[in-house]
Design a binder for this molecule. Structure first.
Ligand SMILES: [Cu+2]
Length: 125
């Protein structure tokens, strides 16, 4: 192979590696949900090209309220699904939508858009 073919191959492999890392391997440290006077553990999540923050840390046994605010029109992120909790929510653009959950077990529980491109985690301690 000539040098420019090698270059194309290497750039291609780097692009694939980046995509794998970005969609499946990238992990953030997480944000602890704040406690409200109503006894809820509450956090805001911005939906725009992903979930920000994408990792929420809560304590077991106290109700959780996640306030999603979607600031994009891509139809894929219109719905967020919490599979382990059997919950999903419709997220109209520009509106805040609360999802309430009761974390009874410790562990990591994912949430995602219907196609699984946007992913987040709820860590229950
Ligand atoms: Cu999606």
């Amino acid at each position: 192979m000539t040098i420019d073919r090698w270059a194309v191959l290497i750039v291609g492999l780097l692009a694939v590696a980046f995509i794998v890392w970005f969609f499946w391997l990238k992990r953030t440290k997480g944000v602890r949900a704040g406690e409200t006077s109503g006894g809820y553990q509450e956090a805001m999540i911005l939906v725009k090209g992903g979930y920000t923050p994408d990792t929420i840390i809560v304590s077991r046994g106290k109700p959780v309220r996640l306030n999603f605010r979607r600031e994009e029109t891509a139809s894929c992120s219109e719905r967020v699904i919490f599979e382990a909790f059997g919950k999903s929510a419709h997220l109209p653009t520009g509106e805040q939508v609360a999802v309430e959950l009761m974390p009874r077990q410790a562990g990591e529980f994912g949430f995602a858009c219907p196609m699984g491109m946007f992913r987040g985690r709820l860590i229950v301690e």
